[in-house]
Design a protein around this ligand. Structure first.
Ligand code: PMP
Length: 406
């Protein structure tokens, strides 16, 4: 019988002579044949520069570009003119920071972030703060990694103009209370920017139901190619925003001394687009829809239960954040006592198991947790109970390999 694993050619590649146990899905995911074939077919049959050629091939490329936008808009429950293609989450968030933040924020305003933000949802806001004088205010999770109502009440005030938060942290794996945040934002008159890089691979995200103003994600964490990302923005807000990058294809008319700009979303899509990547992203969404979200979530929940139970049986391991499998989406960050995370990851690599070690682009969170770094196992649709068992069995040996008795 055909399995999901058969759809992912890389899973049959041997690592150090061993079966690849790929558990670094929060860094990037592997690509199924549906995506690889769609990109290849676009490049073999339809490649041209969209919105430029009047010839038939150009029309096919334009159609591929706009059809992909339409599939992404359906995926997020947005309108097509609210979907901007970018390179990745980082570019999407920078677009909001530079185009919205630099334009509309000023001294006396407050920008609310969580201390668990990925650097790509933190450093751009530091730039905005420096240039505009708006102040950065941080939300701190409780001992289980949750943002409490009291914390939200304290930090989201009448001065708050923008709240930029990850729906799911790429370290703690815990979903934040988006509805509570949006409710307070509406009262304060603030906009909400949701970083969905770690949430979209693990749950359906409906931007209309969430009522967020912006949402960003990367294709490469969603089984699509690298180099393609998405920014959703509410049309009425995007309409007010100046361009981020300027140049070809984002203009109305250009004169020697001035230019007019295209309507959204093209105003924010300067230069030649990554249509192959867009087609790949649309194919990835089609692939996930064919698996079904209930199946994906049940499968990943089973993996999470197995992994958390297995980790609980190993002495000297500290897992960060809430230990309930229902609260976690795809990620378990932990440390083995007295063992440097890089040693843990290298030892597991010799067993063909790939996990990430480091600060995971979340240095303020590491400081808050009072650690320098940690290891992170992260799961995806093709992981199996055997992958989890391989992780647990290998981890059982780590302290012994490092010379400790147990
Ligand atoms: N935010 C979160 C929560 C992430 O997990 C990541 C990727 N690890 C990013 C932002 C940045 O994504 P990219 O590097 O694709 O721009």
């Amino acid at each position: 019988m055909k399995t999901i694993q058969d759809d992912f050619p890389i899973l049959s590649v041997l690592e150090n002579g061993k079966r690849l146990v790929y558990l670094d899905n929060a860094a990037t995911t592997q690509k199924p044949l549906a995506v690889l074939n769609a990109v290849e077919s676009y490049n073999k049959q339809d490649n041209a520069n969209p919105h430029r050629g009047v010839y038939e091939l150009g029309a096919r490329a334009t159609k591929a570009h706009e059809d992909s936008r339409s599939i992404v808009s359906g995926f997020l429950n947005a309108s097509t003119d609210e979907i901007i293609f970018t390179q990745n989450t980082t570019e999407s968030l920078n677009l909001v920071a530079y185009s919205y933040g630099m334009e509309f924020l000023k001294e006396g305003d407050e920008i609310v972030l969580s201390v668990a933000e990925h650097h790509s949802n933190l450093v751009p806001w530091q730039r905005v703060s420096k240039v505009t004088g708006a102040k950065l205010v941080y939300l701190y999770p409780d001992a289980f990694g949750h943002l409490t109502e009291e914390e939200l009440d304290q930090k989201i005030t009448s001065k708050t103009r923008l709240i930029a938060v990850a729906q799911v942290s790429n370290v703690l794996g815990i979903e934040i209370p988006v509805a509570s945040i949006v409710r307070r934002a509406r009262k304060a008159g603030a906009v909400v920017v949701l970083d969905c890089a770690q949430s979209v691979p693990h749950m359906p995200v409906d931007v209309k139901a969430l009522d967020v103003d912006f949402a960003a994600f990367s294709g490469h964490k969603l089984y699509a190619p690298m180099g393609i990302g998405v920014l959703y923005g509410k049309k009425e807000i995007l309409d007010k925003m100046p361009p981020f990058l300027t140049g070809g294809d984002m203009i109305g008319n250009v004169h020697e001394q001035s230019s007019t700009y295209a309507e959204v979303p093209r105003r924010f899509e300067a230069g030649t687009r990554n249509v192959g990547g867009e087609v790949g992203l649309a194919a990835a969404i089609g692939y996930l829809n064919s698996l079904g979200w209930d199946n994906i979530q049940n499968h990943e929940r089973d993996l999470m239960i197995r992994a958390l139970n297995g980790l609980a049986e190993i002495p000297h391991i500290t897992v960060y954040g809430d230990l309930s499998p229902d609260k976690r989406h795809g990620v378990i960050a932990f440390n083995v006592e007295d063992v440097h995370p890089h040693d843990t990851a290298s030892l597991l690599d010799s067993d063909g198991i790939t996990i990430r070690a480091g600060h995971h682009c979340a240095q303020p969170l590491m400081e808050y947790l009072k650690i320098n770094s940690c290891v992170r196992a992260s799961f995806g649709i093709y992981n199996t109970p055997e992958d989890v068992d391989a992780l647990i069995n290998s981890l059982k040996n780590v302290r012994r390999w490092m010379g400790y008795g147990s």
